[in-house]
Design a protein around this ligand. Structure first.
Ligand code: AMP
Ligand code: MG
Length: 539
């Protein structure tokens, strides 16, 4: 991977870095109850119990080599923590039902619905750039899939006990990381970023040992599929071409049916996944999201954000920010997410190469990454800046902005939100006062003034109208993101048995672009104590 110093500014890293970095190469890897809750399917409302959930089992239709059938391991006295109403609707469930004990039992893994066929899937992957061999669902158990108004969703219990793929792990997830995954999945969805979803979190007082003793929890995740880049790498590196083909055919037929008629469906798959991955990462960069562990086993074949662990949202802007305390080399820093996304697509290409059969065609498919990323990021950045047209100097304007944000450690979210409030035509004498909320984010006020003058000129060039621009910018620049300290406050309360804050924070994050004046404090800069927060892979 190219060294971090190639990517010193955001637009350089985002738009040029990949061109100037070391070329990647496709390697010929040659190796190798009584309660009757309502259940809604589409507009059809029927009454069902949790035991009656209408699971199908699309993934379980694959040959047994792809997974191990097993039951989740029950947890003692499970309790309800929180549920997401928008996620519930995606599988036709009434959110009000989810707190009921029979749903809590099912979504902890203590009861298995009749139609579920629980399983843990096998996959492998590259971790921090190194081949890690077999991994697999070490603590996640797939129950099956349910049809909802927008299509089918698989439901997976994360933290539901040991599987044959648990390696050294205990098969459990702790309340802290489950709340983080739950809140972030739903926050990302509300931001319009492709992501897995989270239906609910349950907890138990069973102890789980991490750096300290914590307690167990289960987060129910949902996605059309949890197949990863590493699912393909698994068969490639184990030299199993038949299984590789079976998996690729399953994915194309089920999730990319339009590609089945392409001259070479496998290269079409690679190209489409590469494009979706690039666009997903453009979304991350535009909102300051850092995934933290972009290993190939955490890369979704659907191009959706998968596996929330030590993620973070950028606060004081630093293009080299590393959100994962365990990632000492900064492989997954903010700037590196862009080339790493491409690197991961190369890993997928390596895996698919026996099916594609044509190295040049695979290379061409991978090459779409740069433009797909650049175009998406450009589009998002223009919207963030409230620009409707494209001008030659826009990139320079944005570069100057990011350099200024970097030099002044400006809070990413507050900057873009307040930028939307800027008025173009303020008399010179009143400008400092009018700009104060935004201007005060900068130590170097003179540098800000100079940039703001450029920006105002650019807005005038397209006859930008303040009120309309403000509305448009507020619709793309969130006021609320899941800052680490907000999650931490909610987690600490939950660890003491008070779940109100998790639920309140979820409600705020479900409407990230709305002003919500009663929740202004959730948009505030992190308090001093938060500078000591560290998130790591421990979950
Ligand atoms: P992650 O870094 O969370 O994406 O996990 C990498 C691999 O380790 C996956 O195969 C996980 O299923 C597995 N894993 C992580 N934590 C545990 C755990 N507590 N018990 C069993 N397997 C785990
Ligand atoms: Mg993972």
């Amino acid at each position: 991977m190219p060294p971090a110093q190639h990517y010193k500014t955001v637009t350089e890293c985002n738009l040029h870095g990949l061109r100037t970095g070391e070329p990647h190469r496709i390697r010929a890897c040659g190796v190798k109850s009584a309660h009757q809750p309502s259940f809604r399917q589409g507009s059809d409302i029927s009454t069902r119990t949790a035991d009656d959930l209408p699971f199908d089992n699309s993934f379980a239709g694959l040959p047994p080599a792809f997974y191990t059938r097993l039951m989740p391991t029950p947890l003692p006295a499970p309790y309800f923590v929180a549920a997401s109403a928008p996620a519930a609707r995606l599988v036709g469930l009434d959110p009000a039902d989810l707190a009921h004990e029979d749903f809590v039992a099912v979504f902890t893994g203590n009861d298995v619905p009749q139609r579920a066929q629980p399983l843990a899937a096998v996959y492998s992957g590259h971790q921090f750039g190194h081949w890690a061999g077999q991994l697999g669902d070490g603590r996640a158990i797939l129950l099956g899939d349910i049809a909802g108004p927008d299509g089918r969703m698989e439901l997976q219990l994360k933290g539901a006990g040991m599987t044959p793929y648990s390696r050294m792990g205990d098969g459990r997830a702790v309340l802290r990381s489950s709340i983080r995954e739950f809140l972030c999945s739903e926050a990302m969805a509300a931001l319009g970023i492709p992501t897995t979803r989270a239906l609910m979190v349950t907890g138990s007082n069973q102890g789980v040992i991490r750096e300290t003793m914590e307690t167990a929890a289960v987060v129910t995740r949902m996605a059309p599929s949890f197949v990863r880049f590493g699912s393909f790498e698994h068969w490639r590196y184990n030299n199993k071409p038949e299984e590789l083909r079976t998996l690729a055919d399953y994915v194309i037929e089920t999730f990319y049916p339009a590609l089945a008629d392409a001259p070479n469906p496998y290269v079409a798959l690679l190209e489409e996944v590469t494009r979706r991955t690039a666009r997903m990462i453009a979304h991350w960069q535009a909102v300051g999201f850092m995934h933290g562990v972009m290993n190939t086993d955490n890369m979704s074949i659907l191009g959706i954000t998968l596996d929330y662990g030590p993620f973070g949202f950028m606060e004081a802007f630093d293009v080299d920010h590393i959100c994962n305390h365990t990632d000492q080399g900064g492989r997954y820093s903010y700037a590196n997410q862009v080339p790493v996304g491409h690197w991961n697509c190369y890993a997928l290409a390596n895996a698919l190469l026996p099916l594609i059969g044509d190295q040049e065609a695979a290379q061409a498919a991978l090459d779409v990454y740069i433009d797909a990323y650049g175009e998406k990021f450009d589009e998002l950045l223009h919207a963030k800046l409230g620009l409707k047209s494209t001008q030659e100097n826009d990139r320079a304007l944005a570069d100057d902005m990011f350099k200024l944000m970097q030099a002044n450690h400006v809070d990413f979210t507050l900057f873009f939100r307040r930028l939307g409030e800027l008025e173009v035509d303020v008399p010179h004498a009143q400008r400092d006062e009018a700009d104060a909320p935004l201007r005060d984010l900068f130590l170097d006020r003179a540098a800000f003034d100079a940039w703001a003058a450029q920006y105002r000129d650019r807005l005038r060039l397209e006859g930008s109208v303040d009120a309309a621009r403000r509305v448009a910018m507020h619709a793309v620049n969130p006021k609320y993101v899941l800052r680490n300290y907000l999650a931490q406050v909610a987690i600490e309360k939950a660890q003491n048995g008070d779940f109100d804050e998790v639920r309140r924070l979820l409600a705020v994050l479900e409407r990230p672009f709305d002003d919500q004046p009663e929740h202004d404090s959730y948009a505030a800069l992190p308090p001093d104590w938060a500078s000591h927060l560290e998130v790591s892979c421990s979950s």
